[in-house]
Design a protein around this ligand. Structure first.
Ligand code: HEM
Length: 116
């Protein structure tokens, strides 16, 4: 497989973390593509909402502005694996769950309710 070189790793100096960071990015992208179908969100009339792929933050650390889309597990078996792994990784994820929406907070506390 050809590695995805997604980012700019050199400004004045080269990044010594390039292999760790790029491999992490590749693994995360592959997991997401394995697990989910990515499709457009629909508007009230049922038409797909187009995503502006050029709408980005500006500055040194760039990234896309918030956008809506649909992530659907590709099969029921994959949905099962995703839910199980999400629960098992709860202690690790919890450390990073500091800016969740109300909806996400509720989902997290409900989904982990039976293990605490
Ligand atoms: C998406 C992740 C990352 C991106 C996009 C990135 C990008 C960059 C860029 C552009 C520079 C050069 C900055 C300059 O010239 O002023 C840099 C420097 C550096 N990066 Fe990264 N990096 C990432 C992850 C990491 C990781 C995971 C580590 C360590 C494990 C790391 C350690 C460093 C260090 C120590 C420097 C300074 C090198 C020096 O001054 O000689 N980076 N990074």
């Amino acid at each position: 497989m050809v590695a995805v070189r997604s980012l700019n790793w050199t400004l004045q100096r080269s990044c010594p973390g390039i292999h760790l960071a790029q491999n992490s990015i590749n693994i995360n992208i592959m997991n997401l593509v394995w697990a989910f179908d990515f499709t457009a969100e629909l508007d009230d009339a049922g038409n797909p909402i187009e995503v502006d792929t050029f709408a980005c933050h500006t500055g040194v650390a760039t990234g896309p502005l918030p956008f809506r889309c649909r992530l659907t597990p590709r099969t029921p078996e994959k949905a099962e694996i995703i839910s199980r792994e999400f629960l098992e990784a709860g202690d690790i994820f919890a450390k990073f769950e500091f800016a969740l929406s109300t909806e996400d907070k509720e989902y997290v506390s409900q989904s982990r309710a039976h293990i605490h």
